[in-house]
Design a protein around this ligand. Sequence first.
Ligand code: FAD
Length: 303
Amino acid sequence: MDFALSEAQQRWHDAAVRFAREELSDDLPGRDERREFWREGWRRCARFGVQGLPIPAELGGQGQGLPETIAAMEGLAYGCPDNGLLFAINASMWTNAIPILRYGTEPQKRRYLPGLCDGSLVGANGASETEAGSDIFSMTTSAERQGDHWKLNGRKTWVTSGPVADLFVCYATTDPSRGVLGLSAFIIPKDTPGFRVVREIKKLGVRTVPMGEIAFEDCRVPLENLLGREGRGADVFNCSMEWERGAIPACALGTMRRQLERCVEHARTRKQFGKPIGKFQSVANKIVDMRLRLETSRPLVYK
Ligand SMILES: Cc1cc2nc3c(=O)[nH]c(=O)nc-3n(C[C@H](O)[C@H](O)[C@H](O)COP(=O)(O)OP(=O)(O)OC[C@H]3O[C@@H](n4cnc5c(N)ncnc54)[C@H](O)[C@@H]3O)c2cc1C
């Protein structure tokens, strides 16, 4: 079977590698130490077209299909070791822009998608709560219709990019008696009255993307910011998770390839006991295992 990339996919992949190597390597150890989100890197990615890859051109994106998008994301991670920046981009694309593209009204799409593509907006996703993790649809954040707005109350946690994001797609229950069919999705800009970032959650890894806890305190969300139909928030959430779970591994592929190449280089050049350490079988075996994982993962991700 032929697993080769098409010409267009290869072009996106190679262009992303070149772009990442040339423009995304500034002071990563320093930013990692300072736990710093790199806005300039975010903007550079947007100028290249990363955030808008799967978004139609008329809404500010590149209008690419999923395989081209995946190829570009693989190339991006192969060239860019800043896994925090890549994680933030993935969160924004799959859990914010894509649900808006898929479920948004025309005015919602025109209002938010160009900014998510051109780098002026960082998107985030607020679903998890302290007591609702794997059991996500047991969330208790509530949304009550009041005149011309929804009143939201509750807290969301583990929000990737939470402390720096401009736009949130969040989930709340509009009818607790209906369980999963009582959930709805909302688009919430960070300056919405009653919305605030409670705290940053410090992590041991992926430190160049901040994570946060956010709160809605009688938060007034305009009625037109309901995303999708009332009571169909689970569909919006499932759509975002399907894209996220399918697409984030593209970056993992690029990262695995970069790390494999570094390890091979090190095993060839580092000498102990008078020979390159790659000549020792236990080191060589590890490298073979890495290669095997990469080779078997790629067709899975593209499939
Ligand atoms: C890096 C990172 C970024 C994140 N970003 C976001 C974000 O942007 N927005 C957001 O809303 N959330 C985010 N999350 C939260 C994430 O979605 C939750 O961590 C996830 O849903 C799991 O919930 P939990 O951590 O509470 O684990 P729990 O649900 O408490 O699970 C603990 C363990 O129990 C296991 N378990 C649970 N239920 C079952 C079961 N029925 N059968 C067998 N095993 C089970 C789990 O597999 C796990 O091993 C992020 C998490 C991480 C780690």
